[in-house]
Design a protein around this ligand. Structure first.
Ligand code: ADP
Ligand code: MG
Length: 881
């Protein structure tokens, strides 16, 4: 169909839709957003709303569906969830004043990474848009050394940072960073080559948005960023040495401008440069395994508990977001950690001050996001009232805080801003009962704007007169059932039933005829009506204009609001950590640059909160870079090995984020990274339990860890047959232990008790086991970690506990007894191995162990290593057959 066959409205639609092919276009017509053609078909399906058509009578009816404009947000939310973007096309001139067709424009594009709507955001989580810039793959230098720039921008708070990754491991570190960031949307340059960007394939569950490489242009990026911040160079932000970081930041900002064409984004005022090594590196497996902010999917779950859930006793949304940030970015600098700990310690002891501070904070709304909404011009009158209410808490908070002496708090107090001027500005103007929407009128207090007062008076007088009219006319006409009413379409009218029509005075003018009644007006009523309605619409328009002016005035103070929001978030987190420390009986850890991690009666912060028969059993830990470097932990299934490993990691992480820890004493020599690897069959999460994944993650640890790292290996080498599993576990343990390779502090839980023999060969290895008591063939779990290795796995006991029928257990016992005969062999290797105590000399290593060693697995790239291992596995399977 050619455009000339279309109605003017549909021509306008098509014109606008051309610019937004990938989005569903919400086209404002009257009180509705209408969708046409394919958009209508798709939206009606996704939203379960009726599909009809426009111009039904014509030869070319247009598929159509619509939603009321005031309820649009919930529909938009559904479409976003379904993976779509939504373009909002509004009428940008008053239909009453328009000559001909009303002008329409797209005013906003809704995408998951660019939301500012309170209803669509979760208060306790940031809402990041991320952009990744890559070095051009064509250049030879890029091929040798991959590099990335990553920028993150939260439109809802104005937070904006960028960083760069260089070197062989750049892609992996980028992926780790993204897994912590959890951006709601990720922009990346579309690759012209058919293979695309290989790293993109490694991103699971992220909303990806390929953009033309031109969007990442360096010069243009510099230009838009400089323009945004009103500077002539970005060096002041510490960007001097960056290129990819700037490209990524530029791409993010440009995308934001496209999605918010009607806003100047004034609340985005600076770009922070983050550097690798500023905070503790946590890889994506570790963030998941330690269940820092999200519970593991699948697996055995008792309550959806995370570290965040245990620690987060903040009372504001800003505090909640900062708490999450602290958990995901533990610090490395002892000074910074101790500054936080000093403040937490003081607040923990100052019970009354803490309670008063937390009470005052409860009156504080999300100033961080309010400031952005003001600046973006979307905040309504009630949000200004919320801001006023929040500001009102500031002087009191300052009073409580100024009694404390921790330097972190003192700094806050020194820079404190009560924002009394903003409070008064809002308080003087806005009526406490103001509506949520600024188009509704009734926003301002009486006596603020004389013109508003006058119009209100006129409308009120008119209404009073009309209210008196009914009684007056009843009396005049003698019609008792006469009514004066109002409706949207006909305005004010006098209604008289048919039976009384004979008594209607001549001055009545007929307006409308119903089945049982007639509706009239009078010249007087008509005049009053015009005055009332005129005054009402004038006062609404005036109030709207005045409100927008006031909002802009407050929005100019957004930088102050952002600073206040940051201060409140900080104090909220410190007080919450103090509260948690007091309630959960945590102690202050000693954090230093030393190499020792010594924990007395440590507890797992999350597991101890769950209902456990007999209560949680605390355990000690000693790790250093000397003779307690690698702890090998054995013990039956279900004994508590995994819990213990995670407990140590969590205590270290908590200490470095500035929290007290669940123990009676803790000394933490700062670690630079925490790595965890959970053996394939132990990790059922997401159906990813393949040996391949396990090996990739193990390779990642061995390639990325440093001697200052803390490594947890939980049952690695389990996803494959016993002997190559053991071989790999053994070789990995040696590599980590040996200073010429890694020499990092490590906890290694394994069901291969053969591993305990490593202690005889290596000076830094210690054996521990989780104690159990055997009674009448049953095991009793004591949950106590004691020195020494387990000599058997108690697998049958656990099978019995699990309820396997007794004939099966009995038969298994027989088979085991046979297997444990010294003559029995498996894969040509004596199973006598299983029965040895650790005092005896090490048996000749399995030939495969030698082979793995000779492979020098870890000097290869992970992929080569995996291929070699897969090959090895094939050969073992052939051998076994
Ligand atoms: P393993 O890794 O040895 O198989 P887990 O660490 O998974 O064992 O622990 C099994 C269960 O034992 C956990 O779900 C927990 O409920 C309980 N548990 C572990 N450690 C303790 C402890 N120190 N005190 C009390 N219960 C514990
Ligand atoms: Mg386990």
């Amino acid at each position: 169909m050619s455009d000339t066959d279309l109605t003017p409205l549909m021509r306008q639609y098509r014109e606008i839709k051309r610019g937004y092919r990938d989005a569903i276009l919400f086209f404002r017509v009257g009180d509705f957003y209408e969708m046409f053609y394919e958009d209508a078909e798709e939206a009606s399906r996704l939203l379960s709303i009726a599909l009809t058509s426009r111009d039904k009578a014509s030869a070319n009816p247009v598929p159509l569906c619509g939603v009321p404009y005031h309820a649009a947000t919930s529909y938009i939310a559904k479409l976003l969830k379904a993976g779509r973007t939504v373009a909002i096309c509004d009428q940008v001139e008053d239909p009453k004043l328009a000559k001909g067709l009303v002008r329409r424009e797209v005013v906003r594009l809704y995408t998951p990474g660019t939301l500012i709507d309170t209803e669509l955001l979760s208060p306790a989580e940031p809402n990041f848009l991320a952009a990744v810039a890559t070095s051009s793959r064509r250049s030879a230098q890029a091929a040798a050394s991959p590099a990335f720039g990553l920028a993150a921008l939260d439109l809802s708070t104005g937070e904006f940072w960028t960083m760069e990754f260089h070197g062989d491991r750049a892609a992996t570190i980028l992926i780790d960073e993204l897994s912590r960031l959890e951006p709601k949307e990720l922009l990346y340059p579309e690759e012209p080559s058919p293979g695309g960007a290989p790293w993109v394939g490694r991103l699971k569950g992220l909303r990806l948005c390929a953009r033309s490489p031109a969007c990442f242009d360096l010069l243009e990026a510099r230009r838009v960023l400089q323009q945004q911040f009103g500077v002539s160079s970005l060096d002041g932000f510490g960007c001097a040495s960056l290129t990819l970081g700037i490209q990524a930041a530029g791409a993010a900002l440009r995308y934001l401008r496209e999605t918010q064409p009607s806003s100047r984004l004034e609340h985005i005022r600076r770009l922070q440069v983050r550097r690798i090594g500023q905070d503790m590196h946590l890889d994506c497996a570790t963030v998941q395994n330690l269940e820092l902010v999200r519970p593991m999917i699948g697996g055995e779950r008792r309550g959806e508990m995370t570290l965040l859930a245990v620690l987060d006793r903040t009372v504001t949304a800003m505090g909640s977001r900062l708490m999450r940030d602290w958990i995901l970015k533990p610090l490395l600098s002892c000074d910074a950690i101790n500054a936080r700990l000093d403040a937490v310690a003081e607040l923990k002891d100052a019970f009354q001050a803490r309670a008063a501070i937390r009470t005052a904070l409860r009156n504080v709304q999300d100033i961080g996001r309010l400031g952005s909404r003001l600046s973006l011009g979307v905040a309504g009158p009630r949000e200004l009232l919320a801001l006023k209410q929040s500001i009102a808490a500031l002087p009191e908070l300052r009073r409580h805080l100024s009694r404390l002496s921790a330097p972190l708090v003192r700094d806050l107090v020194r820079a404190w801003d009560d924002a009394g001027d903003l409070h008064d500005l809002i308080d003087r103007a806005i009526h406490p009962g103001a509506p949520a929407a600024w188009r509704d009128g009734g926003i301002f207090k009486d006596g603020v704007h004389p013109q508003v007062d006058e119009l209100r008076k006129a409308s009120k007088e008119g209404k009073n007169w009309i209210a008196g009219l009914e009684a007056q006319e009843r009396q005049r006409t003698g019609i008792d059932s006469l009514k004066v009413r109002y409706n949207q379409v006909f305005g004010y009218y006098i209604e008289v039933t048919k039976a009384n029509l004979s008594r209607v005075p001549d001055s009545y003018i007929r307006k409308q005829t119903l089945v049982n009644a007639e509706r009239f007006t009078t010249p007087e009523l008509k005049e009053l009506e015009e005055r009332v309605i005129g005054a009402e619409s004038k006062v609404k328009a005036l109030e709207q204009e005045l409100f927008e002016r006031l909002r802009a005035q407050v929005a100019r103070e957004t930088p102050r609001l952002q600073a206040i929001a940051a201060a409140l978030a900080l104090i909220d987190v410190l007080a919450a950590l103090a509260e948690t420390a007091a309630l959960n009986r945590y102690v202050r850890p000693t954090v230093d640059e030393g190499e020792t991690i010594r924990i007395v009666e440590g507890r797992h912060p999350v597991v101890e909160r769950l209902e456990i028969d007999g209560g949680f059993v605390p355990n000690d830990t000693l790790l250093d870079l000397e003779s307690n470097r690698l702890l090998i932990l054995t013990g039956p299934n279900m004994a508590g090995k995994s819990t213990y490993l995670r407990q140590v990691a969590l205590i270290v992480l908590m200490a470095q984020m500035g929290s007290f820890v669940p123990a009676t004493e803790a000394k933490i020599g700062v670690v630079d990274r925490i790595f965890t690897r959970v053996g394939a069959s132990d990790n059922l999460a997401g159906g990813q339990s393949t040996f391949m994944v396990e090996m990739i993650e193990t390779a990642n640890i061995l390639n990325s860890a440093t001697p200052r790292s803390l490594i947890l290996l939980d049952e690695i080498g389990r996803g494959t047959s016993t002997y190559d599993g053991l071989s790999i576990a053994w070789a990995v343990a040696e590599y980590i232990h040996d200073r010429r390779h890694l020499g990092a502090r490590t906890l290694f839980a394994t069901h291969y008790h053969e591993m305990t023999q490593l202690a005889n060969q290596r000076e830094g290895v210690r054996n521990y086991r989780v104690d159990v008591q055997e009674r009448d063939g049953d095991v009793l779990f004591l949950r106590k970690i004691v020195a020494g290795g387990a000599d058997r796995s108690y697998g049958l006991h656990v099978a019995k506990l699990a309820g396997l029928p007794s004939p099966v257990i009995d038969r298994a016992r027989e088979v085991l007894a046979q297997l444990e005969q010294p003559t029995a062999t498996v894969c040509g290797e004596s199973t006598e191995l299983h029965a040895r105590s650790e005092a005896e000399p090490l048996p000749r290593p399995h030939p495969l162990i030698e082979e793995v060693r000779q492979m020098d697995l870890f000097s290869m790239t992970p992929l080569d290593a995996l291929n070699r291992l897969a090959d090895l596995q094939r050969r073992i399977e052939q051998q076994a057959n």
